[in-house]
Every structure is written in C-alpha cells, then in structure tokens.
Design a protein around this ligand. Structure first.
Ligand code: MG
Length: 319
C-alpha cells in the first residue's frame, strides 16, 4: 500500500480495519512515513525496555529520533516513580533524555490539581512516586504507607477521624492497599466536592508465573465502594493529550504513539488523533491485531494500529 494512502486513511477515519506491516513497505515509503510526524510518544515497558533491560537497538532508535529533531516523550502509566526517578533509570540504560521527556501518571495527577489551583490536602492511596510530584507543586498529602486493621472493624471505623482539609483522593499503585484505606478513601469521596483521581486502570502486571494485581484493581475497588467514577490520568485517557497540547504545543496529526499494548497505547493514539505504531516486544502482536480486524465491534477495531513491526529497533536503518 502506498504510504501516503496510509496517512490519508488515518486522517480520514479513526476506524481502520487492518494494520500495515512495516516490513512490507519500501524504504521510500518508510521515509515518507517517518517525515509525517515530528513528535514521538512512546510507552516504556515492552517497547524500549523490559524491567531493567533495554530492548535490542531501542536505545539507538530513541536517541536517533532526538538527534533528528523529533520531540520525544516517554509516556508511562506507572505511578510508582517520579519523573526524576524515570530519568535516572533511562539515562542509566543509555537514553539521552531529561525530565521534560517524561510524562508519568503521578506527574499528570499533580498537574491536574495544580491547574485547578487546588489548595487543600490529598488523601493518597499510592507511593512516594505520587507524593513527591504533589510536593513539587506545593500540594499537601496524607495516607501513604501501611494502614492495616488494628483491632476490630467497629473500632477502626470509630477511630477514623476524617481530616476536614482533604479535598481530593488520588488512587495509584499501592502495595499496602487495605480495607482501612478503602474505607477512608470512600468516606472522603462521600462528599461530592472531593475530587477523585485514578492514575491508571491497567489490570495486572504481565509476569509469566504469577499474577500481580495492577492499579486498575485498586481503582476499581475504591470506585465500587465510593459509588463514583474517577478522572483517570493514564493511557488511554485523553488528558495526556491536553497537557501535551497546552504545555508542549504538539500537533496531534503530526504525532506518533508507539506502544506494545493496543487497549492502552494504541487506543490513546486513537483517542487523541495520533498516528500509531505497535511493536511486538510486549503484550500484543500481529495475531492479536488480526483478531481485532475480524471483529464486528467498532470499539475493538479502534485498537488496530496504523503500522506494526517486530521491534522498535527495526526502524534504525531508516533513521
Ligand atoms: Mg507497555
């Protein structure tokens, strides 16, 4: 398929029914495609690294994008690290990035409250990844760390004195998540004026032999007892795009979203009007995309990327 047709089809409809294999394109078509965007957003785990190991040639591709003058952002749903902590990891692995290249859900949550001139306290279910980003914008917080049932449930309920200065609840990943925290969060959220933020809704962490519940499990637990729906910061929600457009002046049509997961990364791209690239080094691959193509459900079809390739490093020869 002619690459300009791919771009035209992308711009004309968000409901493509097939993805293009990068390997099927001629070098000149790949060059035209690479010239069709000047901002690159990329997911991290499963695209540029897996845990603490960079994926083959991913470092070289990312550094080449930056060298070639593309605006580049790592976009991660992980709420356990601050932007500075992400940078430290990325630099250690050889990526030439700084804090301005990182968009994390903890950072987005802090920016969201700052934009509202929020001056009360936040009850946080989460870690220092969130609280340090709040502190960076001068927002006070309570709640992190272990908070388990002491004595009976009746006693715990009786002993809980809600802080009248709490004006928001943020729910992110928290290995100390407990019944007591759920009760406190939902009690604060009983006041409809209290802002409810979820960092992301990822169901679980992919591990071969164990299921590690993800932030979505915690957000859903609080959502159920609070009987309220949170504003979610992470992919695939469009709030990321609002921040990037306002603070970094990106043009969605000339932006590429790269990811390994169709229901977060690709869908974020579709929700924001970005071009999309799926790499097969993480969750989803060409077989999944083929399944999405056969679906009659237009929501599932929205998870089809414009282009896919086996790994990010496949781009290196074309940059
Ligand atoms: Mg990923």
């Amino acid at each position: 398929m002619n690459i300009s047709r791919i771009v035209i089809r992308h711009l004309s409809t968000m409901y493509k029914d097939s993805a293009t294999n990068l390997a099927s394109l001629k070098p000149i078509e790949i060059k035209t495609w690479l010239d069709s965007f000047d901002t690159v957003l990329t997911d991290c785990d499963g695209v540029i690294w897996v845990e603490n190991e960079p994926l083959p040639l991913a470092t070289a591709v990312i550094n080449k994008f930056i060298e070639n003058g593309k605006k580049l952002f790592f976009v991660t749903n992980n709420s356990t690290k601050t932007r500075s902590e992400f940078v430290a990891k990325a630099v250690e692995l050889g990526f030439n990035v700084d804090v301005d290249n990182i968009i994390s859900t903890a950072y987005l949550a802090a920016q969201y409250l700052k934009a509202k001139n929020f001056n009360k306290k936040v009850y946080v279910i989460g870690t220092t990844g969130i609280t340090k980003e709040l502190e960076a914008v001068g927002i006070r917080h309570i709640g992190i760390g272990a908070d388990n049932l002491q004595g009976t449930l009746t006693e715990a309920v009786r002993n809980f004195n809600p802080d009248p200065d709490v004006g928001a609840v943020i729910v992110g990943f928290d290995e100390h998540f407990s019944f007591v925290k759920m009760m406190k969060a939902a009690s604060y959220l009983n006041d409809p004026e209290v802002i409810f933020i979820g960092t992301n809704t990822d169901e679980r962490f992919p591990r071969p032999d164990r299921v590690i519940p993800g932030t979505g499990s915690i957000v859903n637990a609080v959502t159920t007892c609070a009987e309220r729906t949170p504003t979610v910061m992470g992919k695939p929600n469009k709030y990321i795009c609002d921040i990037l457009e306002q603070q970094y002046m990106i043009n969605p049509e000339r932006t590429l979203m790269i990811g390994d997961r169709c229901n977060t990364d690709v869908l974020l791209g579709k929700n924001c009007g970005f071009q999309t690239l799926l790499v097969e080094t993480g969750i989803h691959n060409a077989i999944d995309v083929e399944k999405f193509s056969r679906s009659d459900d237009s929501e599932i079809k929205r998870m089809i990327p414009d282009i896919y390739c086996s790994k990010l490093g496949d781009l290196l020869d074309h940059l």
